[in-house]
Design a protein around this ligand. Structure first.
Ligand code: UT7
Length: 324
C-alpha cells in the first residue's frame, strides 16, 4: 500500500491589534529596551484587548488557513489545538472554534504541552492522517499568555505576547511530514510553571495566583542542550542530513537560543525564520505564526524542507521535519 503523508496545504495566523513596545514597558516596570533586545531579541509584542480570547485568535487564523488550502470547514475530520491558555475550562477551545467555523461533528480537542503545544498537535495530527483515520485536519497553536503575566515582574512580563497560527494538513501520496519527535520530562516542573488551577486550587494573590514562574537561566541552559539533541534525533528519524534542511522554523522564545540551534545545524541565520523581535514568546502560537510569516513573505517555497522545533514548560520538547 502506498505511503500516506500529511501535507500542509494552507497556513494562517492572527495577532491582536494592540502592540506593546519595549519603550512602553519601560513606563511601568524597571527594565530597558536595551536589556530586552540584547538578552532576548524582542522589540515588541501583541497583547489581546479586553474580552479577546485564545478562541478568537484561533478562529481568525483558522479561517485564513482554510481559505489558503481551499478547504471548507465542513470537510474537516479533526481539529487539534495546542494551548495552555484555553478560553474556559471546558469545553475545549478546539470545540468552541469548531462550532464557530461550522465544522460540527468532527473530532476536536486541545493539547496542553506549554510552548510545544503546536508541534505536539502537529505530531498527533500526522499520526491520525498516516493511520488513515483523517484526511483533512486543522491544527492550531494559540495563546493569550499575557492573561497570566504579572506585569510587575520584570523577569517574565517582558518575554511574552499573544497570537495564533494554524495549518491545514491533508492526506497525500506526496511528502509531507517525514518525521515528528515528541518528548517530555516532568522532573523539570519547578523551573517553569503556573502553580494554580482547578484541582490544586487558586489563592488570594493578585489574579488568584495565576502567574508564570520561570527560572530563566536554568531553562535557557536545558533548552539549548535539549534542542541540540532534538535536531539530531529528528534528522536521524527522517534519514536526512542537516545540509538538506532549507529552513529552520524554531520556537521564538529567545534569539540566543535560536542562534545556538542554528549553529549546531551549521545553518546561517539567513535560513532561520525569526519573528521573536515582533511577536515575543507566544508559546504554542510561536511556531505556526513564524511558519505563516515565512510562507506569506515568500521565503518558504513549495518543495523546500522545513525543520520545526519547540521547547517549553513540562519540560516538553518537540520537532517536525517536513517538505512544504
Ligand atoms: O518558551 C519557554 C522556554 N523559555 C525560555 O526558553 C526562556 C529561557 N530563558 C531566557 O530566555 C533567559 O534566561 C532570560 C531572557 C529569561 C533572562 O536572560 P539571562 O541572560 O538569563 O538573565 P538573568 O536571568 O541571568 O538575569 C541577569 C540580570 C539579573 O540581574 P543581576 O542579578 O545580574 O543583578 C536580573 O535581575 O538581569 C536582571 N533582569 C532584568 N533587567 C532589566 C532580569 N529581567 C530584567 C529585565 N530588565 N526585564
Amino acid at each position: 500500500m502506498a505511503q500516506i503523508y500529511a501535507r500542509i496545504t494552507g497556513t494562517g495566523s492572527a495577532l491582536p491589534e494592540k502592540v506593546l513596545t519595549n519603550a512602553d514597558l519601560e513606563q511601568f516596570v524597571e527594565t530597558s529596551d536595551e536589556w530586552i533586545r540584547t538578552r532576548t531579541g524582542i522589540r515588541q509584542r501583541h497583547v489581546v484587548a479586553e474580552g479577546e480570547t485564545t478562541g478568537d485568535l484561533s478562529y481568525r487564523a483558522a479561517q485564513i488557513a482554510l481559505e489558503a488550502a481551499g478547504v471548507k470547514a465542513s470537510e474537516l475530520d479533526l481539529i487539534v489545538l495546542g494551548t495552555t491558555t484555553p478560553d474556559i475550562i471546558f469545553p475545549s477551545t478546539a470545540c468552541l472554534v469548531q462550532h464557530r467555523l461550522g465544522a460540527n461533528g468532527c473530532a476536536a480537542f486541545d493539547v496542553n504541552a506549554a510552548c510545544s503545544g503546536f508541534v505536539y498537535a502537529l505530531g498527533i495530527a500526522d499520526k491520525f492522517i498516516r493511520s488513515g483515520h483523517s484526511k483533512k485536519v486543522l491544527v492550531i497553536g494559540a495563546e493569550t499568555l499575557t492573561r497570566m503575566v504579572d506585569w510587575t515582574e520584570r523577569e517574565t512580563c517582558v518575554l511574552f505576547g499573544d497570537g495564533a497560527g494554524a495549518v491545514v494538513l491533508e492526506a497525500s501520496s506526496e511528502p509531507g511530514i517525514y518525521a515528528t519527535c515528541l518528548h517530555a520530562d516532568g522532573a523539570y516542573k519547578d523551573l517553569l510553571y503556573n502553580p494554580v488551577g482547578v484541582s490544586a486550587g487558586f489563592n488570594d494573590e493578585p489574579n488568584h495566583g495565576v502567574r508564570i514562574h520561570m527560572s530563566g537561566r536554568e531553562v535557557f541552559k536545558v533548552a539549548v542542550k535539549t534542542l541540540d539533541s532534538l535536531v539530531e534525533e529528528t534528522l536521524q528519524a527522517a534519514g536526512m542530513e542537516a545540509s538538506q534542511i532549507d529552513w529552520l522554523i524554531p520556537h521564538q522564545a529567545n534569539l540566543r537560543i535560536i542562534e545556538a540551534t542554528a549553529k549546531r545545524l551549521n545553518m546561517p541565520m539567513e535560513q532561520v525564520i525569526v519573528t521573536v523581535d515582533k511577536h515575543a514568546n507566544t508559546s504554542s502560537g510561536s511556531v505556526p505564526l513564524a511558519l505563516d510569516y515565512a510562507v506569506r513573505s515568500g521565503k518558504v517555497q513549495r518543495g523546500q524542507n522545513l525543520l520545526l522545533e519547540a521547547f517549553g514548560g513540562g519540560f516538553t520538547w518537540a520537532s517536525a521535519l517536513l517538505r512544504y
